[in-house]
Design a protein around this ligand. Structure first.
Ligand SMILES: O=C(O)CCC(=O)C(=O)O
Length: 321
């Protein structure tokens, strides 16, 4: 089951200050495995950049076909984009929303394909109905088809770029209230959805808690995509010397929301390992503990952090008299 971490940034840091990892053993002794989380194993990830339509059944069928393709090409972990089963927009969330239960169409489709193909499936996100509220929610399944985690988008996308894009997700959605870390046989994976990537605390606390990777299903747009999509993924990776995978929908200029696309995997050194353009497709990357170890050996952030100097972080107060 996922571990929902509800801890403050400082508590998260202190818990792992200084960064201590158990001594390594077994087959990882050809490199300095004490520099990586002890449960981190190599794997191949596939990010499915899906072309979604207004037809939910079609979207689910297409998602399953693309997941199979990713697995045929060696992926042990597959990621879908934000809002992959519906168009993206406040006007759609209520109509497309599902409850998270075994009889719901998206749950069923993801459960079956993860089980059939024996993979970890990070099911992008869908509009979720829970009690009287709607959330932007990701379901994560293991190779037995069990639901092992749910992440509800914590930071809602409320922005205003006059003349370019104005969006207020909070007009229809409620925010999730906990961080999510998923334990897999390849290591721990932290999860955020889209706008969550702008808040570095999630990745930093994830890394302190032993995550080898952060996954962000996301649908950036044609204004903030070129400005920040890759930069943010690289920043989260460099800050923490972890892998970052961001999975986007393909761009559809006939839809009301135009996604940036460019699904990307960034390595622990901050370099782009794999990426693509805005069209439908799949991005593959081989995730390698040795790469993390060599990055952390060259630039030794984890032994050089000055926890004795950093004081409690406080929220920025604007216009205080
Ligand atoms: O942060 C951004 O620029 C885009 C975020 C977004 O599109 C979202 O959260 O859905």
């Amino acid at each position: 089951m996922s571990k929902n971490v509800s801890t403050s940034f400082i508590q998260g840091i202190r818990k792992f200050s200084p960064f201590v990892l158990p001594k390594f053993s077994c087959r990882m002794n050809h490199f300095n495995a004490s520099l990586v989380p002890k449960d981190f194993r190599p794997f191949r990830i596939g990010l499915v950049q899906l072309a979604s339509t207004a037809n939910k059944n079609e979207n689910l069928k297409n998602a399953c076909a693309q997941i199979s393709e990713a697995v045929n090409n060696g992926s042990q972990m597959v990621v879908l984009p934000e809002c992959f089963n519906s168009p993206y927009g406040n006007q759609y969330f209520n109509d497309y929303a599902e409850t998270i239960e075994e009889t719901s169409p998206t749950y069923q489709a993801l459960h079956c394909i993860a089980k059939d193909l024996k993979i970890y499936l990070f099911g992008g996100s869908i509009p979720e109905r829970k009690d009287d509220k709607l959330y932007n929610t990701s379901m994560i399944f293991n190779p037995s088809g069990n639901l092992i985690g749910i992440h509800r988008k914590i930071h809602l996308f409320d922005v205003d770029f006059p003349g370019k894009i104005t969006f207020r997700e909070s007009d229809s959605l409620s925010p999730g209230n906990s961080m999510t870390i998923i334990s897999t046989e390849y290591g721990k994976i932290g999860l955020g959805i889209c706008y969550d990537i702008r808040f570095p605390e999630l990745a930093t606390i994830g890394a302190r808690n032993g995550c080898c990777m952060m996954i962000y299903p996301g649908a950036f747009n044609l204004t903030t995509g070129p400005l920040h999509w890759e930069l943010l993924a690289r920043a989260r990776a460099i800050d923490n010397q972890i892998y970052v995978a961001s999975c986007a929908p393909a761009r559809d200029m006939s839809a009301s929301y135009h996604a940036w696309g460019h699904s990307t995997v960034v390595g622990p050194d901050g370099m782009v390992s794999a990426t693509m353009d805005e069209k439908p497709g799949i991005v593959y990357a081989d995730i390698d503990p040795e790469h993390m170890a060599s990055t952390r050996k060259s630039i030794s952030l984890y032994t050089q952090r000055r926890f004795d100097v950093y004081s409690e972080t406080k929220p920025l107060k604007l216009n205080e008299n």
